[in-house]
Structure formats: C-alpha cells, structure tokens
Write a protein that binds this ligand. Structure first.
Ligand code: ZN
Length: 389
C-alpha cells in the first residue's frame, strides 16, 4: 500500500531515459516505484493523470525571491511552487551582508526548495538604476569582498551553489568598475570552489573579455539577449570566441527576464545549434505580470521555437539538478528520489507569446500545471498571473 499513486499519466523523466505511460508510486515523501499502467497497485490516495504528463518537479534555475528587501524580489511559494516549480535557484539577489536574513526569512521557511547564487557585492541587488538612490551593486567595489564571500559560503554552503556578478555599465560607474568587479568575482569563486555566473547585457566589456575569465562549468545567463555584449554579431551569427567557450564547457542559461529574451536571437542561435543548458524565467517583480508570468510560459516559448517536450523538460529537471549536485534526488522520478512531482496539461489552441522586446507570436500549444507535489505532499495551485496593461 503506497501513500500516493499517480495513475494513467505519461511520464517524462530524462534522467531515467523514460518517456512512456507509467504510474508513479510515492511513499514517505520519496518515489517508491515506477509501475507499468494497470499494475493493480493500491494507495491511500490515487490521482488520475489520464491525458496529462507526469514529470519531475520543475527547477527554475534563475529567479529573484527576496521580497521586501530587494526591489526585484517576489514570494517563491505563490509564484513558483503554485505554478509547478518545486525548486528554484535565486540568482544573486542577496550578497554576503544580507544572506543570513535571506536564509532566515526566505530559504528556510519557504515550501519551495530555494538554492542561491551569492552575489559578489555584499549588499546584493537592493538598489539599481530604477531606485533611489540609483546605485548599482558595482558602484563601490569595497562591497565586493572575497573574504566576506568565503565567510558566508562557509556558513551556508548547503544552499549556495555559485557566485553571481552583473556586468552592466550603468550598475558599475559607467563601466569603470566592471573589469575589477569581474576579477574579484573570479577570485571569490575560485577561493570557495564554486562556479561563476555572469550576466552580460549592457556590459562595457566585450564578450571576449568576459569569456576570458570563465572556466568549464561556469554560466553565462541571458544567453538570448540582443543587446551589447551578447553571443552574436550584427547578423546574429554566433561569435567565434563564444563557440570556443561552449566547446570548453561554459554553460548557457536563458534567464528570460524583462529585458533579456529576444525571439530573433533565440531563433537564430537555435538554428546554429546553440541550445540553452538551462531554461529559466528570471522571474521577478517587474515581469511576473508579463512577459514572463511563470516558468511554464518560458518553456512554452521553447516548444514554439521547435524543441521537443522532452528536450524542454530536460532543461528544467536533470540539467539544473546536476548543477546543484543533487541529481540523485531532485529533477528525476527514479525510485528513491524526493517525490517532487508536477502534472502538466498540454493545451492546444492559439496562445500569444511575447518576448522582452515586445514581439508577439502565436503559439499553438501551452503547458498548464494542474497538480504539484513537494516531497509527496500536494501544494495549492494558482492561476497564471494576469497580464498588466
Ligand atoms: Zn536575474
């Protein structure tokens, strides 16, 4: 007798190389067995997933979930878990000076599983060009303390999975502090033995200068932006230095965001065989009511661009779980894994999708999460956020 049996669904679990009708049995918060349909297994609770997909709980690799402290921050449970995302990686919203509070008030109490990149700047993303004072996090490099990073990672290594920097000229004294900030972030990442994750849109550095600081396993986020310091030239051809870095093992993150996803760039790069490693939303206060809404909407855009459902699911399950070093228990439905599970309906119709350059196209299908389980316990769902006009 299992605790929970999700019957009659179509399971997609890239980590287990499974894409077939299966029943999923859960006991004690873990996946107990993957069964052939019609096995006759019994459970305290049965959920019928006929006509739907059953996949590992989604992992959104790029979010900002420190509400009330960062102006970007939103609540993870209502915007992520309630839309099928059981695990998130906060992308450097907190730096070392405020990380204890992030842990106490967000990471520990949230139902959503929250991992984090630590921002190289101690104050994290609490001010920016749109706030008063309009101070970017690299305006004063005294905030970028390698020693402080080392101290904070030692205390929170169980949840910190990398070091983040935003290379953007107007966050860094018109670019004057970018190169030195990047040096400090590189040094901090090396000191603590974690990957470096770099945001490049609007940088005064060249992509070649940034790539020179990256190592295999490091990440470029906002990989399909069309601004200064992107992956492509004016004809949207992949730059040779980027091709070399990808061959060497630098990873690409979508990080859709409010200003960082251009359908023309994405299409051009996909045509050249440049796929993202991570499909992520970069959901925050300024895009949750469009154009991002939630992670499944970003996944819809990649279905529209021609990726298979399995290839989309891979990039929100196994790949981010591996980055976290948790692929044995997250991002998979293999027996023994934590029973983070989402049931998805693939709806057919006409659905407008909009990128961050206000370009809208019509997609003919979209994903809608109908049930979400975190460690075997069902959590409440919320509808897709309303568009703000
Ligand atoms: Zn971000």
């Amino acid at each position: 007798m299992y605790d929970l049996l999700i019957r009659n669904g179509h399971v997609i679990d890239p980590a287990a190389n499974l894409d077939a009708p299966r029943d999923v049995a859960v006991t004690g918060g873990r996946v107990a067995a993957i069964l052939e349909p019609g096995s006759g297994a019994k459970a305290i609770r049965t959920v019928d997933a006929r006509g739907r997909y059953v996949v590992p709980g989604l992992i959104d690799f790029h979010v900002h979930v420190f509400p009330g402290v960062s102006h970007f921050g939103i609540d993870p449970d209502s915007t992520c878990l309630a839309r099928g995302v059981t695990t998130v990686v906060d992308f450097g919203t907190a730096g070392g000076l405020i990380f204890d509070g992030f842990r106490q008030f967000v990471i520990d109490p949230s139902q959503t599983r929250v991992f984090a990149l630590l921002h190289i700047a101690g104050q994290g993303m609490i001010s920016s060009v749109g706030t008063l004072p309009a101070l970017g996090e690299l305006h004063d490099l005294r905030y970028c303390s390698v020693e402080n990073v080392e101290r904070v990672v030692a205390k929170h290594r169980d949840v910190i999975c990398g070091i983040k920097i935003r290379c953007t000229a107007n966050l860094a004294e018109e670019g004057r502090n970018e190169a030195e900030g990047l040096n400090l972030a590189r040094a901090a990442a090396d000191r603590v033995g974690l990957p470096l994750v770099v945001h490049t849109p609007g940088s005064s550095l060249t992509i070649e200068q940034i790539l020179a600081e990256l190592k295999p396993g490091d990440v470029l986020t906002h990989c399909y932006h069309g601004k200064r310091c992107g992956l492509v030239d004016a004809e949207r051809r992949l730059l040779p230095a980027v091709r070399a870095a990808l061959r060497d093992g630098v990873l690409l993150d979508v990080g859709h965001g409010v200003a960082s996803f251009d359908l023309r760039v994405a299409r051009a790069l996909l045509d050249q065989g440049v796929l993202p490693d991570f499909i992520s939303s970069d959901i925050h206060q300024y895009n949750v009511h469009g154009p991002v809404f939630d992670l499944v909407t970003t996944m819809d855009k990649f279905l529209h661009l021609g990726l298979s459902l399995r290839d989309v699911i891979l990039r929100v399950t196994q790949t981010p779980a591996r980055f976290l070093g948790r692929e044995h228990e997250l991002g998979t439905l293999k027996p023994g894994a934590i029973a983070d599970i989402v049931i998805l309906e693939l709806q057919h119709g006409q659905f407008p999708i909009t990128d961050s350059e206000h370009q809208t196209e019509l997609a003919n299908q979209r994903l809608e999460p109908t049930h979400v389980f975190r460690a075997g316990r069902q959590a409440g769902m919320l509808p897709r956020p309303e568009p703000m006009e």
